[in-house]
Design a protein around this ligand. Sequence first.
Ligand code: PHE
Length: 447
Amino acid sequence: MAAAGSAVGLGNIWRFPYLAGQNGGAAFLLIYLAFILLICFPVMVGEIAIGRKAGLDAYGSYKKIGGANWGYLGLFGILGCFFILSFYNVVAGWAFGYFLEITFGSLLSEKDFSSFFGSYVTDIGDNFWFSLGFMVITAFIVTKGVQKGIEMANKIMMPMLYIILISLIIYGLTLPNALAGVKFYLVPELSEITPQTIFDALRQAFFSLSLGMGALITYGSYVKKNQNIVSSAAIISVADTMVAFLAGLMIFPLVFSAGIMPSEGPPLVFIILPKIFHDMHPVVGRIVGGSFFLMLCFAALTSTISMLEVPTAYLVDQKKLPRKSVVWLLAGLIFILGLPSMISQGVKGFEFLNKLTFYQGKDFLTFISDTADMGLTIGGCLMCVFISYRWKINNMNEELSIGNENYMKSFAQKYISFAIRYICPLLLGVMSLLIIYDKFFGLNNLF
Ligand code: PHE
């Protein structure tokens, strides 16, 4: 449950729809699903297996199984968590602010939600306090230890999230022009597939499943020996993919019915959803809209918890530091690291962070998020190399058989072994190089 909570988050509801919207809708969805099945599922199984085998944090696990040098791979992931959480917490702060403004404020009486969002993210006061609040709640829960709080929250949050998503899908389908949105999302135009579609689908799949940065190694270290890792990984992948899929099915009919561009980018859900809640009866809008953003906050919270847990576990396991102080220290540092992302959305006096000259004129938040994404696919690639050449596939399979007696004879065993040995490292290696090249020089210059 906790790992599913880590996976389901802003990635599913905020990032998946806007990336799909920018990349041709159905074409993106198709490639995304293929990556989940072909690459992400085996990588997830591998990560959890490493964590359970070693029973330590990301650094400690690699080091225990593979020796000191492999420990650096764990450190690389821990650093990735640091950066991801820094900007993720800013976006979570937006969601938190929207929850409060919709439920208790006057947000729904606005007229133009696009310009509202534009001015909202430059309101440094609100953003500062909301994201600070979010970080404090995250840190508080992490000081209590991962399992207790999260599993409880998830048991209530996940079903609620599904109910709200499905209700909004049904509602959306009744609106005029909704079918154009369904078509955009479900009927692929293969001619729309570009290298960008493929790269974005891959990095999004890794991000959404919390892969490639040691989060699942850390959580794997808490998994009991009688548990079946393969079926747990299957449940996590399916639950996460379902939420992303439903989020898309909710957003695109609404987008097409409201006449908004699906390629709106990061503001997409912050523009379209308030508009829909605005069009409802005022009280209903407040309740449905407020509940939606509250669920989004919960989903984000179970993810931020997992990100803060990764460096915490490292410092507690390796440096023997007290958990409580470590958590607050890390939370403070990561919050500070997030400040440039927070003010990079066009705050007066900081316009340079909104248009980075060295990064094709994009903003700092996008820069950090893209850079961290590169770490995920590289981390995933190296993890496969680690399993194949250092730990050895047979030893991984032995670990996977614990709690799953029939594993050795199963199709899953053949498929996971083959994928981790050949498909994943190869595809992830090639794609990571192409993604890096594309980000800094533009792929068009290569061909
Ligand atoms: N998977 C989370 C989401 O979709 C984000 C995340 C990434 C969490 C990496 C932990 C580690 O929102």
